[in-house]
Design a protein around this ligand. Structure first.
Ligand code: ADP
Length: 187
């Protein structure tokens, strides 16, 4: 069983690539963004708390996402492999994930990062806003906050995984199929 992290800024195409990878490799796909949006749709207390933060472009607390990830790991021990998408997003989350995996006698195999210039991130999210109607995609100030949060809180994870020799970066600026081919070649 392989455990991969799909890493990259908001709007880098992680969700799109994850969908294609799941089709090809039957991974169990865990997107913390999707899990949170599902809580919001169901109107749970957790969803209510998360919505207020997500709509401003802020991260939700580590404890919340770590709890969701713990459930996914415990409830899917028979999966063909795991693909984490949008998680970890802080160094604390990365450290906790390592500990959770260690407790289960497992470890992350590789972190595959999609690299994209900030200006392109902006354009992609603006485009997605027209298709998916996500509130956090609609306002330029909120998009900018998400990009800033990515640089301040998420980018430090790169060194964390580089030190473990698990970090691989891919050019995320190509077409969906080009990026998919590159990731497939790596796997
Ligand atoms: P995107 O890739 O466009 O950022 P996501 O669906 O991954 O979209 O995430 C949407 C929002 O959900 C984030 O901006 C953040 O508020 C919240 N979120 C998702 N994953 C995490 C996480 N691991 N830690 C904290 N907040 C998260």
């Amino acid at each position: 069983m392989k455990y991969y992290v799909l890493f990259g800024p908001p709007g880098a195409g992680k969700g799109t690539q994850a969908q294609k990878l799941v089709e090809k490799y039957q991974f169990h796909h865990v997107s913390t963004g999707e899990l949170l949006r599902s809580e919001i749709r169901q109107g749970t207390e957790l969803g209510r708390q998360a919505a207020a933060l997500i709509e401003k472009g802020n991260l939700v607390p580590d404890e919340i996402v770590v709890g969701m990830i713990r459930n996914e790991l415990i409830n899917n021990t028979e999966a063909a492999g795991f693909l984490f998408d949008g998680f970890p997003r802080t160094t604390a989350q990365a450290e906790t994930l390592d500990q959770l995996m260690k407790d289960l006698g497992k470890q992350i195999d590789a972190v595959i990062a999609l690299h994209l210039p900030d200006a392109m991130i902006f354009d992609r999210i603006r485009h997605r806003a027209e298709i998916e109607g996500r509130k956090d995609d609609a306002d330029p100030a909120i998009i900018q906050n998400r990009i800033d949060t990515y640089h301040s809180k998420t980018v430090p994870i790169i060194d964390y995984y580089r030190n473990q020799n698990k970090y691989v970066e891919i050019d995320g600026t190509g077409t969906i199929d080009e990026v998919f081919e590159k990731i497939s070649a790596l796997l």
